[in-house]
Design a protein around this ligand. Sequence first.
Ligand code: SAM
Length: 189
Amino acid sequence: MKDENKKAAKKLQSHLDYKGMAFFFKIRDLIKPPMRKIQRSKIKEGDHVLDYGCGPGSYSFAAAEVVGKEGRIYAADIHPLAIKKVKKKAEKKKIQNITTLQTDCNTKLPDNFIDLVICFDVMHAIADKDKLIKEFHRVLKPDGYLTFDDHHYNDEEIMNIISNGNLFKLEVKKDKIYNFRINGINLSE
Ligand SMILES: C[S@@+](CC[C@H](N)C(=O)[O-])C[C@H]1O[C@@H](n2cnc3c(N)ncnc32)[C@H](O)[C@@H]1O
């Protein structure tokens, strides 16, 4: 990652930038409905899902539909406006299976708790990527999945970022969505 990107990664977006991004996502979601991407992940009914860097929640709300009332979405973001937006939309639509988490890499979720981590268009904004990948590995169940995309990186960069530490291995890539399966390594060993 270039130095200027590293600098950007450390900074919380201004509220104005955040609102601009959220507006852009509304248009994006009309052209590319979020459910399409969710359906390319390994999501299933009843899952506990962590949507890391959820932004305004496009993928959290699509995932909430799939997991149903037995499942739960943990919509996590560093930005207070993201959290506010997701909470407000969930209340308005009476969606009860979404919990918001304001966090910077440390989700405070229990170990082996999550079936699927969604990480869409976020990794470029993360300064300490290894720390976040370890956090995903910690919260995921032994048969869990990480579904990933980030258009800021090419194939090789994505494989390096996610699987270099040997915590995840690629199971399938389809239409630019990578589904990584957790590697059963116990980090405390
Ligand atoms: C480009 S947006 C993508 C939002 C959403 N995943 C989507 O694709 O619609 C990136 C999001 O990551 C969040 N983010 C950036 N750094 C973060 C961090 N360290 N921890 C959690 N979220 C972060 C930003 O606040 C922003 O909402």
